[in-house]
Design a protein around this ligand. Structure first.
Ligand code: AMP
Length: 320
């Protein structure tokens, strides 16, 4: 399929690359790296990476404005369903390609390259570059490294395979970017966010069946002088707590009149629960949106039920 995608890229003079709403480093890195690689390979083409930006991810690169386009190719990275594509309009595109690593939700593109066992969309773009005539340079390699490292939580998740490490090793060797410098950009964070994390750890509630959750109200957000995304930003740091297999941050976002929930698991799959609550995502890393704390607690109850079954299964296996 890599060759088929390259053929389409070669064919179109105008190419737009989009990704999911609620941008994260892998979504942004995969689209920017692909844009820059296509531009490097075919300087005469107009290639735009579009979507809402984020000041926090400025270090990854800059985005473009979607112009009036005609007979263009749209490539969507890191997005399983059409409603979550961060683009104002789908008109003007003659062909659409999806490149994604989320579990399949729906087919909405002509060509869909879905590899849901891969660590990140950036890893798939690395493979695309390695398997076609697309060119790469140090800056593109660095961007892809950021996307892959971020989505795999620094190679922590089991989505990292021998081929992930081989790819990273090849890119490091061929483009010799500075990993340490990248980590400073990715992981330096404001002290107030660290203080919020301390509050969250202290106030984490744990259900009977080992689901950890923390409510972060507007009042708390104001008290720590952070923005509403901050609680979700630190959700990964609550991994590997012995008494917690599934955990969630429940954050009030009154500006948008909703409550955002970030869910993680090192036990059962949780994406189907997230889907019940206006959300979705990966098997072990999902998000949801609800309108009240009561609804959020229903989700926590569902997670607790899943965990009840999970713990029962563990016990049965241990007894065998
Ligand atoms: P987050 O907890 O926001 O870091 O999201 C974890 C994963 O779930 C990412 O792959 C997101 O794209 C996905 N996700 C987050 N929120 C939603 C949502 N409301 N609907 C579908 N997928 C989501």
């Amino acid at each position: 399929m890599f060759k088929q995608i390259f053929k389409e890229i070669k064919k179109y003079n105008t190419i737009v690359i989009a990704r999911h709403i609620g941008v994260d480093p892998d979504a942004m890195a995969s689209q920017i790296a692909l844009r820059d690689s296509i531009k490097l390979t075919f300087p005469e083409k107009k290639v735009l990476a579009v979507g809402t930006g984020s000041a926090k991810f400025k270090y990854i690169g800059t985005l473009d404005k979607l112009e009036d386009i005609n007979n263009a190719l749209l490539i969507v990275t890191d997005t399983p369903d059409q409603k979550r594509v961060d683009i104002s309009s789908f008109t003007g595109f003659s062909k659409m390609i999806k490149i994604d690593h989320h579990p399949f939700i729906e087919k909405f593109c002509d060509i869909e390259l879905i590899e849901d066992t891969k660590s990140s969309a950036s890893e798939i773009i690395m493979e695309l570059i390695q398997n076609t005539k697309l060119l790469c340079n140090q800056s593109i390699a660095k961007t892809l490294f950021i996307g892959l490292t971020s989505d795999s939580n620094r190679f922590l998740f089991n989505s990292c395979s021998p081929s992930t490490f081989r790819l990273v090793a090849d890119f490091l060797e061929n483009y010799s970017f500075d990993m340490y410098e990248i980590y400073q950009q990715m992981y330096a964070r404001p002290l107030k966010e660290v203080r919020l994390e301390g509050y969250m750890a202290e106030n984490l509630e744990v259900t009977k069946h080992k689901v950890g959750y923390i409510k972060v109200t507007d009042e708390i957000i104001d008290k720590f002088n952070v923005d509403s995304a901050s609680a979700g930003n630190v959700v990964n740091n609550f991994n590997f707590i012995e008494d917690v297999y599934v955990w969630a941050t429940i954050t009030e976002d009154s500006k948008n009149e909703l409550i955002r929930i970030s869910i993680r698991s090192r036990g059962p799959e949780i994406n189907t629960i997230a889907e019940k609550y206006n959300g979705g995502g990966h098997k072990f890393a999902s998000g949801a949106k609800v309108t009240s704390f009561e609804e959020a607690m229903k989700l926590i109850q569902d997670l607790d039920n899943v965990m009840k079954d999970y713990l029962k299964k563990i016990k049965e296996t241990e007894e065998e």
